[in-house]
Write a protein that binds this ligand. Structure first.
Ligand code: MG
Length: 321
């Protein structure tokens, strides 16, 4: 005989039910876990870690055992009509901005190139501007400002008529934090090694698909970049991640970088500042760029003002322990 735990008591279930001993142990576990409020708070974890196992066990149990466990687990996890869960967090009001139209920058973006000049860049003495686009010249160029976690929009066009083959055709690159290359290449009907084509993280991964437009037309990269973090002793705390869309198509989905992207050695991480310039590569081809803007990623600010709680229909607030 087992006295049922409190979650069942208020559900008008008989307070005393004979059950098998093996089920008793499970009920005791449930009794420790289940309270009406706690099971709502831990609902997802509970279902994943406990309920599935219990349901498997229930297949072997008697109908009475099944009924009991269903009441304990299923019944306990259902919210009472009118209850409201509140997480106790005070969120900072999200900033209001004006979105851009058709790839144009939102109002909070840092404009890196709008067709006018190289004022946001270093090293552009041998690059030129034609028809509102910067044309790759001698030497790489880097933003004057450094960036860590960021959202980048950049449009680029491979040279036309196309010239060269493989890595020699329309090669450039977007280097985040000066070290990590998102490849720019004319990959329209141009074979090369997979992890060296447009949209690859150079020598680490190809893009999931080739979404390339023909030479002379404009390609668009929209990128979410998460900077690597380093410990004080120089060791890696967390790697860099990249999510990228090429012409609106997802090509890299939260890809974890193995390190930097050189041609001559395996990738590795070397401690560097939290913000570094974005660099555009000169690989000897007159690739064109336009409409370049970036937004720093700043997580929303918040504080746990109080513990999570349930608000009952009568206004009573019950803390979730
Ligand atoms: Mg390149």
């Amino acid at each position: 005989m087992l006295r049922l735990p409190s979650p069942l008591a208020h559900r008008s279930v008989s307070a005393t039910i004979p059950i098998r001993e093996d089920v008793t142990s499970r009920v005791v576990v449930a009794k420790n876990i289940v309270s009406v409020d706690r099971i709502k708070y831990n609902r997802d974890r509970f279902r994943d870690n406990f309920c599935i196992q219990e349901l498997e066990s229930m297949k072997k149990a008697t109908w009475r055992d099944c009924l009991l466990l269903a009441l304990l687990i299923g019944g306990g996890s259902l919210p009472t009509q009118g209850d409201e869960y509140l997480n106790g967090i005070e969120w900072k009001e999200p900033a209001i901005l004006t979105p851009g139209e058709s790839g144009k920058p939102p109002s909070d973006a840092v404009i890196l190139f709008d067709g006018q000049d190289f004022s946001s860049w270093n090293g552009a003495e041998r690059w030129k501007i034609e028809d509102g686009a910067m044309v790759c010249g001698r030497g790489d160029i880097s933003t004057k400002q450094g960036f860590g976690d960021c959202q980048l929009h950049i449009e680029w066009s491979a040279p036309t008529p196309p010239s060269g083959t493989g890595q020699g055709r329309g090669n450039s690159g977007v280097f985040f934090m000066e070290n990590y290359e998102l490849q720019v290449l004319d990959s329209f009907d141009n074979k090369t090694y997979a992890d060296g084509q447009a949209g690859s993280i150079y020598k680490q991964t190809p893009p999931m698909v080739n979404a390339m437009k023909p030479p002379g037309t404009w390609n668009v990269y929209d990128v979410i970049w998460t900077a690597p973090r380093f410990n004080d002793d120089g060791s890696l705390k967390s790697p860099a991640y990249i999510t990228a869309l090429h012409n609106g198509v997802l090509i890299l989905n939260h890809f974890e970088l193995k390190g930097d992207t050189p041609y001559t050695r395996p990738p590795q991480y070397n401690k560097h500042p939290g913000r570094l310039p974005i660099r555009l590569q000169d690989h000897g081809n007159p690739t064109r760029f336009r409409n370049i803007w970036v937004r720093e990623i700043k997580p929303i600010e918040w504080k746990q003002a109080r513990k999570p709680f349930m608000r009952k229909p009568d206004g009573k607030e019950v803390p979730i322990e």
